[in-house]
Design a protein around this ligand. Sequence first.
Ligand SMILES: O=C(O)CCC(=O)C(=O)O
Ligand SMILES: [Fe+2]
Length: 315
Amino acid sequence: MKLTQDQLDAFDRDGFIMVENLFDPDSMAAALRDMEHIFYGKSFAEYLADVDKTGEADSVEPTVSNVVAHYGDTEYGRAQFPTGFDALDRLIENEDYLDVFAQCLGTDDVSYCNAHLFMRSGPTDTRYPEHPWQGYHADHGTNTFLPLSKAIGSFDYVNSGVYLHDVDDDGAPMQVIPGSHRQAADVYLRSDGGMEDIRKVPEFAEPVPTTAKAGSALFYSSYLIHAAIPFENKRKQRAFWTLSMARGDTSRWTKLANPWSGPEQQFFKPFWEKTTARVRTLFGWPPVGHPFYSETTLKGIAMRFPEMDLSPYQS
Ligand SMILES: O=C(O)CCC(=O)C(=O)O
Ligand SMILES: [Fe+2]
């Protein structure tokens, strides 16, 4: 899928774009069902009914008790990718979605950083600042140790959130500052605490809410400044499948290395076996047609990944 020149210009100028209708409604409903199961052990509607009955709501935030740095396990499942649920894990195989990523990054050499389920649940949500001028930040540090740069298009990477359901104004849409990806490096260096109080940064544009329909995906620069706001309607949830990806040539500095750590292999091995050759390249697998794939290496891959369909690599 090709973005229009207007969309490309908007991403360059604003540091984000919302792309609608990237995922079909059925796949979003199935993904949401599984995500609710992972966070609540039941549907959100059943969870709300329990809260009404007992007057109590326990936090559904994942707790990190394993080697994965970013997201841990909930009481009922795994919030880190791959979760083991196909309706969630196979969202990464959507070719149009991957095409948009490649165009935002400006290269087909795309490298996985991290993906996880991002749930905010109205009844227990505390993930917002006290005042609307607080809490602004870039997510860049999640996947790299390097500071922000003023140069766009190399060491910055792209985050995305897939909207599993509609997010309206009362459902805690993330607030983003258009154009701030080009201003952020300087603002972070200022000593007046501008990032703590965006009223002190007159050059920032007004924040805008990222409301969207189910099936949309938000793509935003890792340098883009944004913040959370509270739920106006606390009987809502906000369920995103999120993915961050970098350019291959700077990926040694921009990645969350969880797929390669020992305990994670039990989740990645079956995922790599089943997924597409294009998705494997996001994890550094050589692409189809690469001379790495020889009789010898294909035999070796077959030993290590017995369930993998190797036919795309056999030319
Ligand atoms: O939930 C939101 O709207 C934003 C959250 C956020 O920025 C973060 O967790 O890094
Ligand atoms: Fe953030």
